[in-house]
Design a protein around this ligand. Structure first.
Ligand code: ADP
Ligand code: ZN
Ligand code: ZN
Length: 747
């Protein structure tokens, strides 16, 4: 083998390539070494099979399991400097923790343009400002160029200069700018497009902070006490108790120390109002990372965070992978929210990664919620997290209690019973707004034949098709299949087909006919497909005219609706008797969040909860004593049933078009795993395989195998072994499988 011409060059690069395989691929370095030498974190273009892909160098070493002469060289190195070390650390941690391929993890965790091989650099814009000579210049000397004189006069009024776009927007031209620059009167600077540094000497705050109430002040002081070091806190405060104000003041303290704040919000929570609230408060740039960005904007934001230029980074789930040059705090708002868990590919939980990341950086972590997850609550009660309580609303308005309304034996009109309709009428008459919550979109959950009992079912799933009226069709909410409405029953030919149950569209229709004089706004995934549709509706609602809002959980979370005084929950029963052990927790959180929409401003709120189970002990506990009491009870039940957070779970999901393929593989995997567990003496239970709750979905069969253990290390050992076994198993090639560590749902 020829000697490497570069003495400092490692002989082998272990490269993570975008592939589901859980291993590195070895390459030889290319001749052209990067200027800083070979190191982990550099992106390289490498031949992979018959393609060339972008991978990341993870290891530099001198040996390989393969003969060095068999290794192919990398085609080129794409970076002068490695990608940020904190990002690489987090990706490696996530890949290990979630038993996922590192190559795929890195790939998913980097902006699209970096995946394609673009350089990690900021786009820039030009800023023009007046030079000292320009300030001395007398206007008359530009007498023969009156537009140049006007331009110079205009720029003189802007001590920090103006960007080209703003100048051109005032009908000046590039030629005029160049002419002034040629005379040395103005100068041009390049500045990054995202988060360009605020001009020197400006105040940090654009808007004064609110004076905190006692609870807020002591919560802030508790975090403030230790801004250095890992310091996890649960900010457990009722809706409207001013958690966001605590975040804002904490961020202020962090950026005053020239550190960065990373703030995660749920998907539904990153509204223009949230962003506006942050941007209003700080003069420092707030960079937002969410699914609506273009590839260029995402890269700009990433670069601004990685370079340290962006002091405040606000984003949804995937923003946890944003590199930070000077991390100072991580805040996770609504930490219980389900959108923090990614349900495919790398199945990570952003809140849990936030904990790991804050620990790694030795910085404070603030998890905020009115309805904390049982995981976080247990840690707070146990003393692993500092438990900070905010028990009162900042507005002094007491949170509304839930009133249970018995549905049994009552005639319903569009899902609502007469006394509830009467209360709606009174509320509207008093000039207030009403929110009707139902967690089902469409017109009705299904279409049924009144003669024979046939119901519209999806051909591809074990599920009924939802009836929609706008436009009229049947749709499966699990696989998105659509079908035209049948004229007659396909089984018996009867034309007596009727909608069964209620969804948002049906309630909207009923309310519109009952209350023709007020506007009815329906807010669900269908009505808000058009961009800005939600914002437009909410703007209208915030004007305060009496109106009715009908919506799914889209409406239940986050939005400040000051004029709503009555909330109606059409049916609270879905989560009460579900097979999923987290269903009750999630539905209690949702009910409490919905209830939190009532009476946020000047008027007290009322929450009516329709149910067939007014005697259900959990529902009663929630209604009478609130979420915290119910959560305490649920924790005791989980402890007794040996379920999370007292035990750790991993769920192997298997799916394939052919049932036999999944059943065979599931059986083999369970058998092999049980044997391994007993050989190693692990205290891990292997439960199943069992069919998934919806066995057939999208015309594929779904099977599951559950692993449960008291000790995380043992669960991980078993999981890692199982994954390796599956990768090597020939029967697994025809089956799609994934291991979900800490699954949030068993579906
Ligand atoms: P949360 O995030 O807990 O739901 P917010 O921070 O949004 O609560 O606060 C709810 C409302 O109370 C907001 O309108 C906010 O401006 C106001 N608020 C918060 N803290 C204070 C305070 N200390 N004094 C006066 N108003 C406050
Ligand atoms: Zn029929
Ligand atoms: Zn379907």
């Amino acid at each position: 083998m020829p000697e490497s011409p570069y003495s400092s060059t490692p002989r082998v690069l272990g490269v993570a390539v975008p592939s589901p395989l859980r291993r590195l691929f070895d390459y030889r370095p290319c001749r052209e070494a990067p200027s800083g030498g070979w190191q982990p974190g550099l992106r390289v273009r490498v031949p992979f099979g018959r393609r060339e892909v972008v991978g990341v160098v993870v290891e530099c070493r001198d040996g390989s399991a393969l003969p060095l002469s068999d290794l192919r060289p990398v085609a080129s190195c794409l970076d002068a400097a490695p990608l940020p070390a904190d990002w690489l650390w987090l990706c490696r941690f996530a890949a290990r923790y979630y038993q996922h391929a590192l190559g795929d993890t890195l790939h998913q965790a980097m902006p699209g343009l970096l995946r394609q091989g673009r350089a990690l650099e900021a786009r820039t814009r030009e800023r023009w400002s007046v030079t000292a000579a320009g300030h001395r210049e007398t206007p008359s000397s530009l007498g023969r160029a009156p537009r140049q004189a006007e331009l110079l006069a205009m720029l003189r009024q802007h001590p920090h200069g103006l960007v080209s776009q703003a100048i051109l927007a005032q009908s000046f031209s590039r030629d005029q700018l160049r002419a002034l620059a040629g005379k040395g009167l103005v100068a041009r600077h390049e500045e990054p497009l995202a988060a360009s540094p605020a001009a020197e000497g400006e105040a940090r705050l654009a808007e004064p902070a609110l004076p905190l109430n006692r609870e807020q002040a002591s919560a802030l002081a508790a975090i403030h006490e230790r801004l250095d070091g890992f310091h996890p806190c649960l900010l457990h405060g009722v809706t409207g108790s001013g958690k966001t104000e605590v975040y804002l003041q904490l961020i202020e303290a962090v950026i005053a120390r020239r550190r960065q704040a990373l703030v995660l919000v749920p998907e539904i929570g990153l509204t223009p109002q949230t962003l506006a609230r942050f941007r209003r408060r700080f003069r420092a740039p707030v960079v937002a990372l969410h699914s609506g960005l273009t590839d260029h904007e995402r890269l700009d934001a990433w670069e601004a965070a990685a370079s340290g230029r962006a002091p405040i980074v606000l984003g949804t789930r995937s923003a946890i992978f944003t590199p930070l040059a000077h991390p100072g705090v991580i805040i996770v708002d609504e930490e219980h929210d389900g959108s923090y868990k990614q349900q495919d590919g790398l199945r990570y939980h952003a809140r849990d990664l936030a904990v790991a990341r804050a620990h790694h950086h030795r910085i404070p972590l603030l998890l905020g919620s009115a309805t904390p997850s049982l995981e976080s609550l247990q840690r707070a009660l146990h003393g692993d997290y500092r438990h900070l309580r905010l028990t009162r609303r900042a507005s002094r308005q007491a949170p509304a209690r839930l009133e249970l309304v018995d549905l049994r034996g009552r005639r319903r009109q569009g899902g609502l019973i007469p006394p509830v309709i009467e209360t709606v009428r009174e509320t509207l008459a008093a000039g207030h707004q009403v929110l009707v919550f139902i967690n089902r979109r469409g017109f009705a959950p299904t279409l049924a034949c009144h003669a024979c009992g046939w119901m519209a079912e999806c051909d591809h799933c074990d599920a009924r098709m939802t009836l929609h009226r706008q436009p009229p069709l049947l749709a499966c909410h699990h696989c998105d299949r659509r079908r035209a409405l049948p004229d007659a029953c396909p089984d018996c030919g009867s034309v007596d087909l009727r909608p069964l149950g209620s969804g948002t569209e049906r309630i909207e229709e009923t309310l519109a006919s009952l209350f023709p004089e007020v506007a009815v706004h329906r807010i669900d995934r269908d009505s808000t497909r058009r961009r800005d549709a939600l914002e437009q509706m909410l703007t209208e609602v915030r004007r305060g005219e009496p109106c009715l809002l009908v919506g799914t959980q889209m409406l239940a979370k986050g939005h400040h609706l000051p004029h709503v005084t009555l909330v109606v929950v059409v049916n609270a029963d879905a989560g009460l008797y579900a097979s999923d052990f987290r269903a009750l927790e999630h539905s209690a959180q949702l009910l409490e969040q919905v209830a939190g929409r009532a009476g946020r401003a000047a008027h007290p709120g009322q929450v009516l909860v329709q149910t067939l189970h007014t005697d259900d002990p959990h529902l009663r506990l929630l209604a009478e004593r609130g979420y915290d009491a119910l959560a305490g009870q649920l924790l005791e039940e989980r402890r007794a049933a040996r379920l999370p957070p007292f035990r750790f779970l991993a769920l192997l999901r298997l799916e394939a078009p052919r049932e036999a393929a999944v059943v065979t593989l599931g059986g083999l995997a369970a058998e092999a795993l049980r044997q391994r567990i007993s050989e190693r003496g692990l205290a891990v239970d292997c439960l199943g395989p069992v069919p998934a709750p919806m066995e057939r979905r999208q015309n594929r069969y779904h099977l599951q195998l559950m692993l449960a253990a008291d000790r995380r290390s043992q669960l991980h050992e078993a999981g890692a072994w199982l994954v390796a076994w599956l990768e090597a198993c020939p029967d697994a090639r025809r089956v799609r499988w994934s291991l979900d560590i800490d699954p949030q749902t068993l579906a």
